[in-house]
Design a protein around this ligand. Structure first.
Ligand code: ZN
Length: 317
């Protein structure tokens, strides 16, 4: 595994926006090249199957009436429609090398059902476009510089200038909603954020350690993490009220640990199957880890996390 990480090491840059640090979250088949697997060809993403689908046709016809300017390109990439204001070839490349790439791999390992509705993925080229168009199209002010998923708007609204990784993070959410609607926030966000820095390892989606690591290591040292019993039991209010993002990081690196031990897919299946009697996933976690003593396990996990290094280096632009 160490060898793979060395092969896949790439640089990630930090840029300044929204008056605070914004990280580039990168995802996609870039790493496939290290494994001699062909990168997907950039092709017109509109498939024959969907262009004849009346549902998509009428959706796109309505969408075109709402486009804020002629700069926008619309591409069908089932189960999504992708709309972006970068050059058409670039929008098409995101549709194929990030969206299709991630959807294929997420469905291969986790999800059997597509989202119930056609969802729009808006890819705004930079922070200015993202803020302006989110206001014009949805009457909202973004609360994150990266992008977000709104089930109410049936849309993923992205600042694609911050990289494709956040897009993959957000793609996890509508799939989770369709396949595991009762999924608690820790696993929904843990899996989403695992893949905000991802690549292809042996044909599977794979999350790498990323910018969330140093903050988590500091929280572990200061004793500011939650017990896994408490983390997994958190409802949305408790989980999202953590302004420092420690709940996200802790969940991400619990998923990362499972991935590294080859247990992540097994855990997802176990948890989904037993969700009624184990709504937090805590018992499934114990079962898959083969331990009932979670205090001992958490100490082992903390030691493991403290020894991790970022696969993706960060430096200011
Ligand atoms: Zn999320």
């Amino acid at each position: 595994m160490i060898k793979i990480f060395q092969l896949l090491r790439v640089r990630v840059f930090v840029l300044l926006a929204f008056s605070s640090l914004v990280f580039i979250n990168q995802c996609g088949p870039f790493s496939a090249k290290s494994h001699d697997q062909p990168a997907p060809a950039v092709i017109a993403a509109t498939s024959q199957e969907i262009s004849t689908d009346a549902r998509f046709d009428s959706h796109i016809a309505e969408l075109k009436k709402r486009l804020p300017s002629k700069e926008f390109t619309v591409i069908t990439q089932p189960p999504f429609v992708v709309i972006g204001d970068e050059p058409a070839t670039v929008v098409n490349e995101h549709a194929v090398t990030t969206i299709k790439w991630a959807v294929d791999r997420l469905k291969q390992d986790f999800f059997t059902k597509d989202p119930k509705y056609i969802l729009d993925i808006w890819l705004f080229k930079d922070a200015v476009s993202y803020q302006k168009h989110t206001r014009i199209l949805f009457g909202e002010e973004p609360t994150t510089p990266y992008g977000y998923y709104s089930s109410t708007l049936k849309a993923l609204i992205m600042n694609i200038g911050t990289g494709g990784g956040t897009l993959v993070h957000e793609i996890v959410h509508p799939f989770m909603e369709a396949n595991f609607p009762a999924c608690p926030p820790w696993f929904n966000e843990g899996l989403g954020s695992l893949y905000e820095q991802c690549g292809d390892v042996n044909g599977h989606i794979y999350g790498f350690s990323n910018w969330r690591l140093p903050g988590l290591q500091q929280a572990i040292k200061q004793g500011n993490t939650s017990s896994f019993k408490n983390l997994t039991a958190m409802d949305s209010n408790a989980f999202y009220s953590d302004g420092k993002g420690i709940n996200y990081s802790e969940s991400r690196y619990l998923c990362y640990y499972l991935q590294e031990k080859g247990l992540l897919v097994k855990f997802y299946q176990e948890f989904q199957t037993h969700q009624k009697e184990d709504p937090s996933g805590y018992k499934s976690l114990q079962k898959v880890l083969g331990t009932s003593n979670m205090d001992v396990f958490q100490k082992r996990w903390a030691k493991y996390v403290l020894a991790l290094k970022q696969d993706f280096e960060l430096r200011p632009l």
